[in-house]
Design a protein around this ligand. Structure first.
Ligand SMILES: C[S@@+](CC[C@H](N)C(=O)[O-])C[C@H]1O[C@@H](n2cnc3c(N)ncnc32)[C@H](O)[C@@H]1O
Length: 177
């Protein structure tokens, strides 16, 4: 596998906690923001037998990165029954289609556009497709360079009472009641 960036490894303990919360029957994952597929490859290895993972990323002007994502995920699924689906689109359009197809997920990772309005829209749209007992994990809750936290807090306030807090550190995760 080939990666040039690592925004993922330091978050593995959070992902492990989320996997425990979701439970052994986890099968359907959604990821917004894939880049070279570092988080995707880890999730492929931690999904249930015969599971699926949808990774949304428009890869605008990112041909080499997209190629690396494809090669890395192709290698990660080898020898498994996991299906990795790349949705080459912005989250808004992709999520709208998934909602109308009535897709459902056990685990959702939000790591796409870090603009607060997009983060809030991603979370609100994806929330309806998260199963009860499913977990939604946000990256960059405590990232001072970008106001992602504002969008996450907007979601938290709007959906208060509908989730339990799973973890809050650099990232934040909630479990759907
Ligand atoms: C920080 S990277 C993702 C890193 C990856 N999750 C990992 O841990 O290795 C953010 C990605 O979000 C993508 N992105 C930006 N805006 C997006 C949008 N509106 N919808 C979906 N993906 C978006 C970018 O193209 C970029 O690849």
């Amino acid at each position: 596998m080939e990666f040039t960036e690592d925004w993922f490894t330091h978050n593995i303990p959070n992902f492990e906690k989320c996997m425990l919360e979701v439970g052994a029957k986890r099968k359907h994952f959604l990821e917004i923001g894939a880049y070279e597929g570092r988080s995707t490859c880890w999730l492929i290895n931690n999904i249930g037998e015969g599971g699926t993972i949808y990774s949304i990323d428009p890869f605008v002007g990112m041909e080499e990165i997209e190629e690396r994502f494809k090669n890395n995920t192709r290698e990660a699924v080898k020898g498994t029954k996991v299906i990795s689906c790349h949705v080459k689109s912005t989250s808004y359009q992709a999520l709208a289609k998934m909602i109308s197809n009535k897709q459902e997920f056990d685990f959702i990772y939000i790591d796409g556009d870090h603009d607060p309005a997009t983060t809030l829209a991603d979370a609100a749209m994806a929330w309806g497709m998260l199963k009860t007992g499913g977990v939604m994990l946000f990256d960059d809750y405590e990232y001072p360079q970008e106001p992602t936290k504002v969008g996450i807090q907007g979601f938290m306030q709007g959906f208060v009472g509908k989730y339990d807090l799973v973890l809050q550190n650099y990232q934040l995760a909630v479990k759907k009641k």
